[in-house]
Design a protein around this ligand. Sequence first.
Ligand SMILES: O=C(O)[C@H](O)[C@@H](O)[C@H](O)[C@H](O)COP(=O)(O)O
Length: 238
Amino acid sequence: MAREQLNSDAYNWHAFAERQDLAAALAGHVAGRLTAAIDERGTALLAVSGGTTPAKFFASLSSIPIAWNKVTVTLVDERCVPVSSPRSNAGLVAANLLQHAAAAARFVPLYQEAESVGNTSEADSRMLRSLPWPLDVVVLGMGTDGHTASFFPDADNLETLLDPSSERVVLPVHATSAGEPRLTLSLARIVRAGFVALHIEGEDKRTAFESAMASETRKPIRAVLDAAEKPVQVFWAP
Ligand SMILES: O=C(O)[C@H](O)[C@@H](O)[C@H](O)[C@H](O)COP(=O)(O)O
């Protein structure tokens, strides 16, 4: 059960005593929203983040028996590495989410072996444009630096990444703090989702989130909350 609920205009805060409780609750919310989308338009589009946080959530969601054959899963962002790399978000999703009932979902990755990240993002824009936009559900993570997706504060094209009026679907990211070149959905695509969840765990990230909400310096996570068409649902556990 949620331990506390702190709301504001831009977000609703759902806190859980245990990370497993959060995983089960978030999976239930996401499964419900995907089913509603399928009932409404015959299909559902889900974008998930990678990193070290989502594994429990992915495992919980993968076992929920919804009409996964009508769900398309893609990534919020990706490291430009082969799917066999331990750094690959596509590899993480394949191993943790696209299992059990969810194995029936269609998966559309972001990264393709290409000679340059710039070419990859052009190709991905063409490939991903054919998906059934807008996103029905997007699940974001966050770093303690206030980045979300691959909107890293030191990205060389941050203004472009955070442009809410961008027509782009996927953008390349070069940021020293990112570890390797990245591809990310544009903020414009993320904030139009029917349900935007932010999944964060640990005291450091709660402090970072609260600091980003209070700070005069606009961190990327704040740019997303400010532009989101509906309040972002923040799921947090210690
Ligand atoms: O590719 C990625 O790394 C993610 O999409 C990124 O935005 C992630 O959500 C945060 O960096 C938090 O990562 P952790 O879950 O590892 O803390």
